[in-house]
Write a protein that binds this ligand. Structure first.
Ligand SMILES: [Zn+2]
Ligand SMILES: [Zn+2]
Length: 307
């Protein structure tokens, strides 16, 4: 699969958003998203909010002001977040001609919301971005874009095309196929590292990577700001065997050159099979995966594409 077209802007504490241009879904709506996307905001048909931190949702009013009028816009958000319930309740009443026409979709872990085209849906999964005692409340969520596909049953894979055609004609299509999930994209939002099995088989993983060093992430977690560090994310991507890894939500404390060099070094020493693209803080990416910082160890040895 070719890399999907993903636009992203992410500076922690300021603004974060991720646009899946193919499926026309915006994950989070940080400040300035409408100004940065300009005419492209009109492509968006759904917004999926990961949590209530202001840098992830403060651009929602202007976005819906521009796009809500059509009545086709949906907004998913963690239903247990009191802050997001308050925000969406306010917006629902703010302007009957725009924000008032939005379809509000309170969402919990495991919720599946159908999207176009046929057999596609968005699924929410629980993330861990709040202190442990809050974990059961599921105040933060990540999202996956999934499509259901029919695949040949593995036990029939040795048969020839004419043999399969004969079986299909005799017993029907369902006899030779099984329906499986194809996880096209996973977006974590802010979180500490999760069980990689959540992302197993996901073609594309956009994972927050606030810190380059695990010690820093532990230190900040003690102060109530739990996030992921680069080695966590690399391990997750390797275990889940994704094809494309996009790193975002990287702290501004690092120089751009330090971020790129560190990602290359760690991906290389982990012999990471997938390719890696990086959304540097403060920069707008129109097509994140068009530039790779690491090209995948399995296909190209130590080959690295420079920026
Ligand atoms: Zn954040
Ligand atoms: Zn956050």
């Amino acid at each position: 699969m070719d890399a999907p077209k993903i636009a992203v802007f992410s500076t922690p504490l300021v603004s974060t958003w991720v646009l899946d241009d193919t499926r026309r879904i915006l994950f989070d709506a940080g400040d300035g998203v409408s100004a940065m996307l300009d005419a492209r905001v009109h492509r968006i048909r759904a917004v999926a909010l990961t949590h209530a931190h202001r840098d992830h949702c403060s651009g929602l009013l202007q976005l819906l002001n521009l796009t809500g009028e059509t009545g086709d816009m949906s907004v998913m958000y963690p239903e247990s977040s009191g802050a997001l319930r308050a925000l969406t309740g306010f917006l629902a009443n703010f302007d009957s001609r725009s924000t008032g026409k939005v379809k509000w979709l309170p969402t919990g872990p495991g919720s599946e919301i159908p999207i176009e085209p046929e057999r596609h849906f968005i699924r929410a999964f629980p993330t861990e971005h709040y202190p442990k005692q809050e974990a059961s409340r599921h105040l933060s969520l990540g999202y996956q874009v999934v499509r259901m596909v029919d695949k040949l049953k593995p036990e029939l894979s040795g048969l020839s095309r004419p043999e399969l055609d004969a079986l299909r004609l005799q017993h029907g299509r369902e006899y030779i196929t099984q329906t499986v999930e194809d996880i096209l994209l996973s977006v974590t939002g802010d979180t500490t590292p999760l069980d990689p099995s959540i992302f197993a088989g996901s073609r594309v993983l956009l994972h927050e990577c606030t810190f380059l060093d695990i010690e820093e992430s532990r230190d900040m977690a003690k102060r109530g700001h739990p996030h992921s560090a680069l080695d966590d994310v690399i391990r997750t991507a390797a275990d889940a065997d994704v094809d494309y890894l996009g790193l975002y939500h990287i702290s501004r404390r690092y120089e751009d050159s330090t971020i790129l060099q560190t990602v290359r070094e760690r991906a290389s020493s982990a012999r990471l099979r997938c390719s890696v693209s990086v959304a540097l803080p403060g920069r707008l990416y129109d097509d994140l995966f068009s530039v790779r910082v690491w090209d995948g160890a399995a296909s190209s040895g130590e080959k690295v594409v420079g920026r």
